[in-house]
Design a protein around this ligand. Sequence first.
Ligand code: ACM
Ligand code: ZN
Length: 454
Amino acid sequence: MSLNLLPYPNHLKELGGARKLAESEPRLLQDGAVAPEGYRLTITADEAVLAFADEAGRFYGEQTLRQLRNADGTVPLVEIDDAPRMGWRGFMIDSSRHIQTVDEIKAMIDAAASYKCNVFHWHLGDDPGWRMESERYPLLNTVGAWRDGWGFGNPNPARYGGLFTRAQIRDIVDYCAARHITVVPEFDIPGHSSAVLKAYPNLSCFEKECNTTTQAGVYDNVLCAGKEETFDFCFSVLEEIMELFPGKYIHIGGDEVPKDNWNACPLCQKRMKEEGLKNGEELQGYFTRRIAGFLKAHGRIAMGWNEVLEAGLDPDDIVAVKWDDPKNVCDAYANRGGKVLNENRHYFYLDYSYRTTPLRKTFSYDPLPDTLTEAGRKNVLGVEAPIWTEWVEDFRRMGYQCFPRLLALAERGWTAPGTRGYDEFKRVAELQREPLAERGIEMAPYDEWDPVAK
Ligand code: ACM
Ligand code: ZN
């Protein structure tokens, strides 16, 4: 049986026996030779030392030490030399389809940090509602943040919405920073823009009245790529976003963009002619390049869902996020020098049922497949798991969907495959039920984790 650690360290030697630590232990040691985010924890009969090169490494060493402590206060004697396999170990929360409270977001942040995740990707705007208070565009707050009910079949007709104030956002960004988590905000454009267009229909091709959506789906509520005022709006919102979010990366969406309006719009057609663009995909490429270029000029890096690659972007234009990529365009992008984040929906989408995505499936997936060259592997920043919330109405449901699968994501991001087997992982995952419950998170029942294997 392995020690009850999650994620499991990459190099661990059990020395046998256990002892109590003194108040002054472990001794902290700054050591520039330790890898970024890594730590060395040595607990022998006569010394206890935690070595690290950076504050994140110290934090992760402390998380390991916390998990090592036995109920009687002793700690097993060990030598651990540990550093993450991947630099990006993320979770995404969709706050558009259903919104969460600040305390719920913080509970997720605390849990994720305790398992050594280091990125919170925050999906703040989509067809059902806008969730980030804007100073410059007040109608986003008063109009874009609301929808007239939600759900299939027997929809809940109650007006639904809300947003995070700028003060709440700053509070959450600070909360993350204290836990070595970077926040990546997402402004999903030019598609998934019903909430923006409900507030500002002038930004669409035909300026028709637009409503926020009450049902899941892909809608042709797309920003007009022919109008300069669209770009002025996007740049201005991005300035507000950069003010609130200091991290290097900003996600600009780019998924599921129907081209019907663009194909019929005189302004979009004019743009295509002027820029020598052959089709809607190339127009999206133009749009993405301009937005990503704006961010680059401000020292930031744009990321986009894998559809942004359809127009053949250059490797230094954008980070591609692999979510639905049957042709493996992301692998090809990584192989020719582009940066990629693996968020493969078949393994990492936490809103899928356990029947579709059993825990074993998430745990057993190697996010660095053989189709990557040696250089390509180095261009995969890491892994991330999103919780889309059309059917995640409350925090109880969020806990059920995310845990334990987010634990498997954490292990895949940190620990090399094969370091420990699935049965051992699963045993230790069940031990997280109590600590998660203390954070108000209710994990799915054990016998639902692997319904196919039952
Ligand atoms: C996505 O799931 N549309 C990124
Ligand atoms: Zn247009």
